[in-house]
Design a protein around this ligand. Sequence first.
Ligand code: GRF
Length: 208
Amino acid sequence: MLRVAVMVSGGGTNLQAIIDRVADGTITNTEIAVVISNNYGVKALERAEKAGIPGICVSPKDYSDREAFNQALLDTVNSYNVDLIVLAGFLVVIPEQMIDEYENRIINIHPSLIPAFCGTGYYGLKVHEAALERGVKVVGATVHFVDKGTDTGPIILQKAVEVQQGDTPKVLQQRVMEQAEWKLLPQAIDMIANGKVCVVDGKTVIQE
Ligand code: GRF
């Protein structure tokens, strides 16, 4: 059974997709051990509570400096003995020590087809604003392992989504979430839970 910690910052729609897919058996061999937020009072923590999953807030505001926060975040994750950390709309830089301790065991959902519209400054609505500004006709989402770069780890899954005439950033974000993010993240977790993903020379190898 894969024990998973899901890390969130806000709305938690990706978390909800994972909760729902575990409940309906789409994600197999997996249990969500804990939801960890860096913000108090967010909808993601309400979603965890409704699902009977322990929800914890580890906020930088509660610590004297970033180092103390990083240590508290790592200690909290470690206390749940998880196999996989899932960043589901988590907007905090992952401490290097966590990446070392959980090498190729942290995954992230990014709302673009990496390497497009990713890296520092590209998150949330900003990604879709940049895509519309550039005038691309296809966008999408990517699930990747987290390394010490920003959105640079080995890619696991990607899914394309069409841009439609008149799209606003909000409308495009919703379509990418519905058609790509909420499908890819559960799919990646199920693949990992069943030993279907490994990393060779910095790239993923997926067993069908
Ligand atoms: C969304 O922009 C999503 O694309 C990105 O994080 C944001 C919030 O996601 N991954 P969520 O609703 O909190 O899952």
